[in-house]
Design a protein. Sequence first.
Length: 121
Amino acid sequence: MSQIDVNTTIRYLARSETYQREKPYVVTFPVTDISEAKSSNHCFQSQPCTVRDARGLGNFDLDACGFTFTEHRTLLSLEEFQSPKIVESAYYSELTQFIHSHFPQFTDLVFLDYEVRRVCA
């Protein structure tokens, strides 16, 4: 398989003096009723980078590398991904079955968020 390189910009958590005094945080509840409270202290910086297609470059073992690649083809259509209810019920269920079949050692799965990525023309 040919290697595909994509030049892009990725936002990273910046090295901030704030983090010398407090750890980065995000709260997921309203704080508007608390004087001077912030829902996050994150500072980001964007960095240009090249993302490379790693498929076919070797066997990336989860235990050795901290990640691995597997192939999964969803049963959902692109249109169904426009519905958060369908994603959170059907797709999360589909992924749970897939992950448990490949990684039976993991008993609890928590989906924090998702993003539908589109190809830019």
